[in-house]
Design a protein around this ligand. Structure first.
Ligand code: ADP
Ligand code: MG
Length: 326
């Protein structure tokens, strides 16, 4: 449905989008996840034809967004980071105006606007000036504008930014409702939001795609090694001695916490569970074990690892290489 191929955007010498390629299929909610400055808005602006690319192409249902903008844009509704609202218009006037711009025939306009106003729950404010609306209402007007014409694809750039928790929940519900009939792409720098709403996540960092998969698979990819964290009343060398003979341990890092207390992070070999062995080994050495817990990998960890370090975790680097080779 959307194909993005080798997209590059340079601002002067600054590479904001760095050879980005991905595909969007119909019927899902996609999340662009990345820290501020990752290149999400730039990418969305290029995908929707608001901005030209330095290199690469974007095809919307087979139509190049630059070469056949009208044909391509017909499939897309867009809510940019700064919604293009006219503060001195009433909600209804603004939507009439936006419908006209989108080429929605006069006959259909009124009925369609009424339907969308109902859907995003702004019917009761349709006669009010946009400048007098709360941020939450304004965002819903922006959303209504994106939905006008019922395009197949709806692209929303940080749709919940600056909203209060109640408004965020309302916008998320609306997005889920929209996704029943439309393909939705939204961006966010908040992991929890993307995990909550999206079926598929594209993680973007420094203009590059560093991972793309379902939230479940992203979590699994780093999950095959579990780390066991222990704390015991011993010196680091005594602890290492006890751990040395336990099968299933790949590596151990110890940290002397002083007062004859040592912490260790124990990486298990794939598929092993060494917790009981550790417990028994410390018991038979008569060394008091004060803490024993596992550290799973959460999507939060994946996100942090992918976007805050320069080196990719092995699993991702391998996956990306495989995909590039295909
Ligand atoms: P995001 O939406 O992920 O926060 P952006 O796409 O807005 O990221 O920005 C990506 C990078 O490009 C940032 O480093 C930003 O400073 C830079 N950038 C964005 N727009 C411009 C512009 N008009 N001129 C110069 N640099 C820009
Ligand atoms: Mg942005």
């Amino acid at each position: 449905m959307i194909e993005v191929k080798n997209l590059v955007k340079k601002y002067g010498n600054h590479l904001a989008v760095d050879h980005l390629s991905f595909q969007i299929e119909a019927g899902k909610i996609y999340g662009f996840l990345g820290p501020n400055g990752a290149g999400k808005s730039t990418t969305m602006n290029i995908m929707t034809g608001y901005l030209g690319a330095t290199e690469g192409e974007v095809l919307i249902d087979g139509h190049d967004i630059l070469k056949e903008p009208e044909e391509a844009k017909r499939h897309i509704g867009y809510l940019p980071e700064q919604p293009p609202l006219y503060m001195d218009m009433t909600v209804r006037e603004y939507l009439e105006f936006a419908a006209e711009l989108k080429g929605i025939g006069k006959a259909k306009r009124a009925e369609e606007i009424t339907e969308i106003e109902k859907m995003v729950r702004i019917s009761d404010v349709e006669k009010r000036l946009i400048k007098n609306l709360s941020k939450g209402y304004r965002q819903r007007v922006g959303l209504a504008q994106a939905v006008l014409g019922f395009p197949e694809i709806i692209i929303l750039d940080e749709p919940t930014v600056g909203l209060d928790p109640k408004q965020i929940i309302e916008i998320r519900e609306l997005i889920r409702k929209l996704a029943k009939k439309h393909t939705v792409i939204l961006s966010s720098h908040i992991l929890a939001e993307v995990r909550e709403v999206c079926d598929y996540i594209l993680i973007i960092s420094k203009g590059r795609l560093v991972a793309s998969d379902t939230p479940e698979n992203l979590e699994k990819m780093l999950d095959d090694h579990t780390t066991v964290v222990i704390e015991a009343q011993s010196s680091p060398s005594e602890m290492r001695l006890i751990l040395k003979n336990i099968p299933g341990i790949e590596s151990v890092e110890t940290e002397d916490a002083g007062d004859y207390v040592t912490w260790a992070r124990i990486r298990e070999k794939k598929g092993e569970d060494v917790r009981e062995r550790i417990f028994r080994a410390f018991a038979s050495a008569q060394t008091p074990l004060r803490t024993l817990k596992t550290e799973g990998t959460s999507l939060e960890d994946v996100f942090m690892q992918l976007t805050q370090t320069d080196t990719l975790p092995e699993a991702f680097a391998e996956k990306i290489q495989r995909e590039e080779a295909e």
